[in-house]
Design a protein around this ligand. Structure first.
Ligand SMILES: Cc1cc2nc3c(=O)[nH]c(=O)nc-3n(C[C@H](O)[C@H](O)[C@H](O)COP(=O)(O)OP(=O)(O)OC[C@H]3O[C@@H](n4cnc5c(N)ncnc54)[C@H](O)[C@@H]3O)c2cc1C
Length: 244
């Protein structure tokens, strides 16, 4: 990478294969007794005595506690008010990370780049992040923050302009990226105003949305904290609380 500001380099930093991680976590959950049900969305969640009743497309589940981790879909879940839950403002944005081919002889670290400022204060001109994805090239994500108002109407199309912005970035900062060879995908970030996670409890409902664009790497830790919260612990961070 090219630099013009102070850089923190962590030589022991690593990267996580997201899909392999999810497969491994699902396997472990199942081995620990979880029933995995895909394509079976929760349609309603209601109080039931001391616990909850969740109606899904395929039936009804009652439980002592429900952990809700619906990410960008969280604001769409109705019925949370019945548990005294009001969500903070959540902004769901579409991101379009682009993979560029890597020129021979180059390798890339995982990077987070606040362009135009070396202060991590969320006032940077724009943020970029990326890493080398083995077999796919170097990923470049620009925090473009295109707000999605209607998730159902969202398409997975990536605007040409998003690829052009990432290519401009790569040409300036990543001399090892070959911007002539590009592949982009569309996906979501769900941001709280202060970029913190949400992990809090109201009665029988735990809301866990490790969102704000940086939750994935903490997944096992947040799962462990959520399990403690389900069991009654109150050790989670004050900045992750739901609004009173
Ligand atoms: C391009 C991109 C790059 C990223 N890079 C990084 C990174 O480098 N490092 C990092 O730490 N984080 C990264 N993130 C962020 C990370 O992926 C998210 O913070 C994390 O996945 C959010 O987890 P979540 O569980 O809150 O939501 P999600 O992972 O979105 O999961 C929500 C789940 O809820 C399900 N759901 C929705 N509605 C219902 C319903 N009614 N019933 C049942 N299920 C429902 C959805 O199907 C989905 O599976 C990246 C995100 C994107 C988009």
């Amino acid at each position: 990478m090219d630099f013009d500001e102070t850089v923190i380099y962590s030589p022991d930093g690593g990267r996580v294969f997201a899909d392999r991680t999810i497969d491994a976590l699902l396997r472990l959950a199942e081995a620990a007794g979880a029933h995995l049900r895909f394509e079976d969305p929760a349609l309603a969640i209601e109080p039931a005595g001391e616990g909850v009743r969740v109606t899904t497309a395929h039936g009804v589940v009652t439980a002592r506690t429900a952990v809700i981790s619906a990410g960008g879909w969280l604001p769409l879940l109705g019925g949370l008010g019945a548990f005294g839950i009001s969500l903070p403002r959540l902004k769901v944005t579409a991101q379009a990370p682009v993979h560029f081919a890597i020129r021979p002889g180059f390798t890339f670290p995982s990077f987070v780049h606040h362009v135009g400022s070396d202060a991590v204060d969320h006032t940077f001109a724009y943020g970029a992040y990326g890493l080398e994805s083995p077999g796919e090239g170097v990923k470049v994500g620009i925090d473009t923050m295109d707000v999605i108002e209607d998730l159902d109407a969202r398409t997975l199309d990536v605007p040409e302009e998003a690829i052009a912005v990432a290519a401009d970035y790569a040409r300036r900062w990543l001399p090892g990226a070959d911007t002539d060879v590009a592949a982009a995908v569309s996906c979501l970030f769900t941001m709280t105003d202060d970029s913190h996670f949400i992990l809090d409890r109201r009665g029988p409902v735990v809301v866990m949305s490790p969102c704000s664009g940086h939750g994935f790497k903490f997944t096992p830790l947040l799962g462990a904290i959520a399990a403690d919260v389900v069991e009654g612990a109150e050790t989670w961070a004050p900045q992750w609380r739901l609004p009173a």
